[in-house]
Ligand binder design. Structure first.
Ligand code: KIV
Length: 306
């Protein structure tokens, strides 16, 4: 197994000008496939509110819900560097809240935590860093203050806006973040910010001039259920359609009596059970050849190996 990605691995990727590959994941299978696919970093994003729970934005997910996703991903991620995304109101109220909630993510297996905002959260960031926790900042389109931003809008489009991003980024750097994620801004704005920082800079929808690229796994897999389709998304598959086709095929098979077929049924030992005949109400064209008895067969099969 390849060595665990650490902060020094991420620094050496930057030194070699090799972009870090960064995806979101929220569950054990996706994190396993992402690992096998060779990603360097996984964000257990509060986007789980939308991708996994069908909420309209990220504001409604709780710490307890995030912990379930974090635990599943950390169990899968043997190599990737895992960042737990602090949800709305898990760090805003006080330094103590921030440290306690960030600590829950680290205790659950995360390598670092992420929070949104610049100057105004710098104190919270410092408190978490002082508690020994690696923190990633998040600037640009920060969905936890969507109301203030006025919706999903591209950020950093003017010189003044880019300068504000730099001020926020420097406040985060001084507070001790190891890296900053920039979301939804022109490549020039991201480059402008990165040139003025020493810490790692990652981007989602922020162009190529950053130290690594983040995408939402549902976006690249084609499994997002919803209307938001950002310009920066490249869809590599349409797995949502494939999944729907599988459920439709299964439904058709069950209704037509084509599933289960003989090869999906456990055999009985005739010396123990004798000659059994299938009850007439469960007999289907597929089941008839096995002549199963529902009462004696089902409990034995339930305890057998899958
Ligand atoms: O929650 C998340 O996935 C994120 C990204 C959109 C940056 O914060």
């Amino acid at each position: 197994m390849a060595a665990k990605v650490t902060l020094s691995t991420l620094q050496s990727l930057k030194a070699r000008q090799q972009p870090a590959v960064f995806v979101t994941a929220y569950d054990y299978p996706t994190a396993t496939f992402a690992e096998r696919g060779g990603v360097d970093m996984i964000l257990v994003g509060d986007s789980a509110a939308m991708t996994m729970m069908g909420l309209p934005n990220t504001l409604g997910i709780t710490m307890d819900e995030m912990i379930v996703f974090v635990r599943a991903v950390c169990r899968a991620a043997k190599r990737a560097f895992v960042v737990g995304d602090l949800p709305f109101m898990s760090y805003q109220p006080s330094d103590e809240t921030a440290v306690l909630n960030a600590g829950r993510f680290i205790a659950a297996g995360c390598d670092a935590v992420k929070c949104e905002g610049g100057v105004r959260v710098a104190g919270r960031v410092k408190a978490m860093v002082d508690a020994g926790i690696a923190v990633m900042g998040h600037l640009g389109l920060t969905p936890q203050n969507l109301g203030q931003l006025g919706g999903y809008k591209v950020q950093g489009k003017t010189k003044a806006a880019a300068d504000k991003l730099v001020d926020d980024a420097i406040a985060l750097q001084e507070a001790g973040v190891f890296g900053i994620l920039l979301e939804a801004m022109p490549p020039e704005a991201a480059a402008y910010v990165r040139e003025r920082l020493d810490v790692l800079v990652y981007g989602i929808g922020a162009g190529p001039h950053v130290d690594g690229q983040l995408v939402i796994s549902h976006d690249i897999l084609g499994t997002f259920v919803g209307d938001i389709a950002p310009k920066f998304v490249k869809q590599y598959a349409r797995l949502g359609g494939d999944i729907e086709r599988v459920f439709k095929a299964y439904s058709d098979d069950v209704r037509a009596g084509h599933f289960p077929a003989p090869e999906h049924c456990y055999p009985v030992d005739p010396s123990v059970f004798g000659a059994l005949s299938a009850p007439s109400d469960t007999a289907t064209p597929a089941q008839t050849p096995l002549e199963l008895d529902r009462v004696s067969y089902v409990p034995a099969a339930a305890s057998a190996a899958r």
